[in-house]
Write a protein that binds this ligand. Sequence first.
Ligand SMILES: [Cu+2]
Length: 585
Amino acid sequence: MGLSRRDLLRMGFCTGASLVAAPRLPFAQQKISSGVNMSGMNMAPAPHAAAVPQFPEAQPAGPLATYVMPLSIPPVIRPQSGRTIPIRMVPFRHKAHRDLPPATMWGYNGTWPGPTFEVRKGQPLSIKWSNELPTKHFLPVDYTIHGSEENVPEVRTVTHIHGAQVLPDSDGYPDAWVTSDGKTGSAVAANPTRHPNDQSATTLWYHDHALGITRLNVYAGLAGMYLIRDDQEDALNLPSGPYEIPLLIQDRKFGVDGSLLYPRAKNGTHPMWMQEFFGDTICVNGRATPFLEVEPRKYRFRMVNGSNSRFYHLTLAPSDAGGKPNGRPVDAPPFRQIGTDGGLLPAPLSLHYLIFSPGERLDIVVDFSEHNGMNLALTNDAPAPYARGGEIVPTEVMLFKVTKPLAGKDTGSLPETLVPWEPLNPAHAVRERTLVLTEMDRPSDGYTMIGLLGQKHWDDPITEDPKVGSMEIWSFANTTGDVHPIHIHLVQFQVLNRQTFDMKTYLQTGKLILTGTPMPPERNERPAWKDTIKTYSGYVTRVIARFDLPPGTQVNPGDEFRYVWHCHVLEHEDNEMMRPYKVVA
Ligand SMILES: [Cu+2]
């Protein structure tokens, strides 16, 4: 096609809704293969029939032996209140699998994942970030996407703590990047960043957020966990210490030399970017399909989907010693979900499968006490519908071996009620914003060129401008063929409902006509606090949020506090599916 970015911008401005992509697949074909379809909604991104990923020269490692690596636990930082913690972004050598040599990665303090922060609610800390990375990226950069042009330094970083309530200069604004040689983007971040931690106990995570290159920086290893604890959580006496384990789940593709492979596009026209990345190997805490020996007792798992694009549909089932499932999920202990993105649930849920999209978190208790001596495999069956280009669909995630002798009485508890949850009243919302999600596809082959939010590009003037402390409903109308996990910075929101709309009419006329009756959120979406929500193709997904700044923030007339909202498929956010917004006095 040879369309330049400039052409696209011009067309986008001139023709508006008529240019949006037609959905690539009939709706019925988007359902997941497992048969679990969540009230008829599709759960995994649709295939991109025309996309042909091109991998770099390094020979792919191919299938690796599963469950041969013990799970590793990232180092922990428990800062004292008010301290400044230095974090260095550095290259290092990492061995992800027994049969692979170590290879170059980039990580916070030189580990993948980076160190886990464990902080107390209300105890502030500062983090001094230093970018000590090379100036040349080891993954293929696309110079044709926003903020990543050839006159911009190739390696730039800025860290965002996902789900944290912080001021804009500490939020990892995408333009506030820095380089190892002191260059900065058009926005300025504080350094050290300041983190009041004045929010409920929950599972957060931190990762790179630099404009146009987030997907490569996170893929390179720049991600870690950030746990907030509080007295309310302590009082529940949940499994803790060695029985509380973070699980950062990320898919990767390895070369025979252990190197990380990331596909390159086939030609030099915009976009050379890949519209999604799907690896053939699922890594947990930086190791390919690891195993964990557990005692026959309760464990708490803090799960983060830190993958670039992959959605997971996870089940736990009895398996043989090699991890091959030989029983049904109902024969395994259920997942007792106790928390989500923004904190603990009012009561534990009992689930036999888990679905989570990039950016989402699941706080889970599993009781292994009735399964002494057994192996339990955690497997994924979400990706079948969008495997493409001959890629291997990874199913193995990790293996639990209930083979460790009980070290003592299981004193951790799982109370029937957890923490109170108050619904935000939609009648108190000062406005509802309808925000459309669109994609533009290349007419010649259907390849997605770009994704947009609210029909706007990253650099367009800000359109979302809630007032400090006001409540708003944001209604995401997904006109594309994909599921997009939408993340709003600063706030924890509540999911209200989802409702179908007439996609054909929208794509032809730009008019949004609601059709079905509103459907309630999933059990683990409400009652709950969320900051990332799956918006399904053909649905309006409504969330309600109060746009509170960190407690104690001084607000003067005319003040503006700039944040972002975006799709958490990292490939999408890197190519215009991200918008600034401002909270105004
Ligand atoms: Cu997306």
